[in-house]
Design a protein around this ligand. Structure first.
Ligand code: SF4
Ligand code: SF4
Length: 56
């Protein structure tokens, strides 16, 4: 299981600093989660202003 950031992302960067395993990086237009690193904690979804990170 991992979270995935959808196209709703506005690249605010809030989630990246809240990820305990540094799985989130800035991508091309939206931020991206490394699924193999994500520990499914939900922090990114909790801090995102637009609900872009979703559990897969
Ligand atoms: Fe990082 Fe947690 Fe979001 Fe996974 S669910 S990307 S571990 S903040
Ligand atoms: Fe994108 Fe939400 Fe992360 Fe901001 S907090 S970079 S909108 S996923």
């Amino acid at each position: 299981m991992a979270y995935k950031i959808t196209d709703a992302c506005i690249s605010c960067g809030a989630c990246a600093s809240e990820c305990p395993v540094n799985a989130i990086t800035e991508g091309d237009g939206i931020y991206v989660i490394d699924a193999s690193t994500c520990i499914d904690c939900g922090n990114c979804a909790n801090v995102c202003p637009v609900g872009a990170p979703v559990a897969e």
